[in-house]
Design a binder for this molecule. Structure first.
Ligand code: AMP
Length: 258
């Protein structure tokens, strides 16, 4: 039997041992095995997992309150954003939402934002296979970030970049902008690493409370004082910044701050 005979399917351990015992050095060409079939050749092309289809919906604006998506909806595209939940003052904000909707009803059809939060990123698009690695990068980036307790102060009107939606939001008290910026920085760095768009510069941290279709900035600015008075009935609006979340399609990851 040949000491190194790769004509068969594979070499056994005993053959290898035999080879070393006899201390003969086979030539490189004799070591070359025929290429093994690839996993793809054996198993066929990779099939997407069922969860990869979760975001695969037909883009019908009627299904999301008439809102128009800012990015093309394609199979495997996962709408992703980073945020701080506004859980501590959610009850107060929900009360204000109901009062503001009733107050503006004759003028404007406002919708209440659900899952109230303060965004720390734009809504970006990830591919399914990037999600876990992106989440790990965020976790590492935020590992030395320090939490704090902040407050929300007053009201402000925002529009999205396309000016297709207008928002009434409670901005972060200016006293906490520096601390929030310290948390934003590592997040922005991860965005940069993944060649994704960074947050607004300058950032204007806020919790969106209500929205309506179209550019209604002028009308809502006129009503701001009246709305402000409704909000003033509420006690201090506390925002506990002790965890950061990553929302990726229907997945939600949590990173505890120090
Ligand atoms: P959000 O509640 O985070 O979705 O924010 C509501 C809207 O505020 C988004 O559509 C943003 O485009 C808009 N926005 C406009 N300017 C800024 C800014 N400087 N910082 C943060 N958000 C902004």
């Amino acid at each position: 039997m040949a000491l190194v005979d790769y004509g068969g399917s594979s070499s056994s351990a005993s053959e290898d041992e035999e080879s070393s015992e006899n201390n003969q050095t086979p030539t490189l060409s004799s070591l070359k095995r025929p290429a093994l079939p690839t996993a793809a050749a054996l198993l066929g092309p990779k099939k997407p997992k069922p969860e990869e289809f979760v975001e695969d919906v037909v883009d019908d604006p009627a299904l999301h309150g008439g809102r128009i998506r800012s990015f093309k909806h394609e199979r495997g595209n996962w709408a992703t954003y980073v945020y701080v939940p506004a859980a501590a003052c959610a009850d107060q904000l929900e009360e204000f939402q109901a009062e503001a909707i009733a107050h503006l009803e004759p003028h404007l059809e406002l919708q209440a934002n659900d899952s109230l939060h303060l965004s720390l990123s734009r809504t970006v698009v990830l591919q399914y296979h990037q999600i876990d690695e992106f989440s790990r990068s965020l976790q590492t980036a935020l590992s030395s970030s320090v939490g704090f307790t902040a407050t929300l102060q007053g009201l402000r009107i925002y529009t999205n970049e396309e000016r297709t939606r207008t928002f009434i939001a409670a901005p972060l008290d200016p006293a906490f902008v520096e601390k929030m910026t310290a948390i934003l920085q590592p997040i922005d760095q991860v965005m940069l690493d993944y060649r994704l768009q960074q947050f607004y510069d300058p950032a204007s941290f806020h919790v969106s409370l209500l929205w309506c279709l179209g550019d209604q900035e002028a009308l809502l600015k006129d009503k701001l004082q009246e709305l402000q008075e409704l909000l003033e009935d509420q006690d201090t609006l506390t925002l506990a910044v002790n965890e950061v979340h990553l929302k990726c399609g229907n997945k939600d990851f949590t990173y505890r701050l120090k």
